[in-house]
Design a protein around this ligand. Structure first.
Ligand code: SF4
Ligand code: SF4
Length: 395
């Protein structure tokens, strides 16, 4: 079955979510995402992209200085392990779970469905169980078809293939996974990539376990990471945070320093609503991420519908990066980059009182003062210092 049939696009709350869809809107095809294009598009394929992907095996990991030593790649690649095990278990069928196809549930849907008398209570329970399994944030929104990819990717030849989603999905449970603050300070480096890999491994196990719980209750639940649909609009609609210039969702709990996963379900749940707090107004006066990007892949100026290439969704007014430029830097470095996360003034430890005070300033009329106070916030820490440190950093 290629498509959930009973979920017409839900556009209520678009304005609150800061989502502006124009008449030119086209749903995105996953075959055009930059990582998939690196396998089929000669514009992207290069010796660097081949080295980037192979560096996730130790025998092919390059070594070149601080942050890119054997130890750095060893930690990064170990951090990815659980995610790799999941994503490669059906590779022979062309199904790259979690990245180019939804994760196939390992648990059947129980024959007898638990009666859900109060969807609000069930929503609270799901959020509690999400945290029990290790998610840092959890929000719920409707199954808005606009953000579902038109197709998945058959990883054998990178062709388009139909999704295999069950009928009647109505909701999306969005989970946020905090990245390690100390490691993020070392971007760009292979060491910092361990923060990314660890969360993908966490995501894989958490979405599989939470989906298994829902299926054991007698409802459909499809675990999903980067596959099947764009998680960012779902995270914003679920009230977890706001979309920012650096292409990330900025949350009050962790700023931009987290990754998101999702579960598609028909469990009766109450949906959250977007919670605009003032991030967009701050991004309007700040360009720290765009200034710091080594390949100038991030936009200046206000949100627009302008796109640089086919790796961006069409017909959505927003800040859009040039994914080709961005990925060219990742490929040359043989690791992921998140300098634009590291330097963002919202990337702070909000367990500290002074950072919570800063957040209040940043989200209100004193945002210019907050920007000035941010100063040179987000400087890089040497990876060797991370290895040498016995105590965490101070910010
Ligand atoms: S990830 Fe790195 S290269 Fe890509 S937009 Fe951010 S700073 Fe630029
Ligand atoms: S660095 Fe500034 S402009 Fe970029 S996302 Fe963060 S707050 Fe917004």
């Amino acid at each position: 079955m290629p498509w959930p049939q009973n979920t017409p696009p839900q556009r209520d709350g678009d304005a609150a979510a800061g989502i502006e869809v124009t008449d030119d809107f086209e749903r995105f095809t996953q075959r055009n995402d930059i990582f998939t294009r690196a396998f089929w598009d000669d514009r992207i394929k290069s010796k660097h992209t081949a080295k980037f992907f192979s560096s996730y095996r130790m025998e092919a990991a390059p070594r070149r200085g601080d942050g890119f030593t054997q130890r750095d790649f060893a930690l990064r690649n170990a951090a990815w392990l659980i995610s790799d095990v999941v994503s490669s278990r059906r590779a022979q069928e062309g199904i790259r779970e979690g990245f180019q196809a939804a994760i196939r549930p390992d648990t059947p849907v129980a024959k007898d469905a638990l009666e859900i008398g109060d969807p609000a209570k069930m929503s609270a329970e799901i959020k509690r169980i999400a945290k029990f399994f290790g998610a840092n944030l959890c929000g719920i929104t409707d199954m808005d078809d606009r953000w579902i990819y038109t197709s998945r990717v058959d990883a054998r030849d990178m062709s388009e293939a139909p999704h295999d989603l069950p009928e009647g999905l109505t909701g999306v449970i969005v989970l946020g996974h905090e990245m390690d603050k100390e490691l993020v300070t070392t971007y760009p480096s292979a060491l910092a990539g361990a923060a990314t890999g660890r969360e993908y491994s966490h995501e894989a196990s958490i979405v599989m376990q939470l989906a298994a719980y829902i299926r054991n209750l007698g409802y459909e639940a499809v675990p999903s990471m980067n596959d099947t649909g764009l998680v960012i609009p779902y995270a914003v609609k679920a009230g977890l945070g706001e979309y920012a210039r650096n292409q990330m969702v900025i949350t009050p709990e962790f700023g931009p320093r987290l990754r998101f996963s999702k579960i598609f379900t028909n469990l009766p749940l109450v949906h959250d609503v977007p919670k605009p707090r003032g991030v967009k107004a701050f991004c309007d006066i700040c360009t720290k991420c765009a200034d710091a990007c080594p390949v100038k892949a991030l936009p200046y100026g206000p949100p627009s519908t302008q796109t640089s290439n086919v790796s961006a969704i069409k017909g959505v007014k927003k800040w859009t990066s040039d994914a080709e430029k961005c990925f060219s830097f990742w490929a040359k470095m043989a690791s992921d980059c998140a300098i634009c996360m590291r330097v963002c003034p919202f990337n702070r430890d909000y367990s500290r009182h002074r950072n919570r005070l800063w957040l209040k300033l940043a989200l209100g009329p004193f945002r210019k003062l907050a920007l000035r106070l941010a100063g040179k916030h987000g400087g890089r820490r040497k990876p060797a210092d991370w290895w040498a440190a016995s105590s965490p950093g101070q910010d």
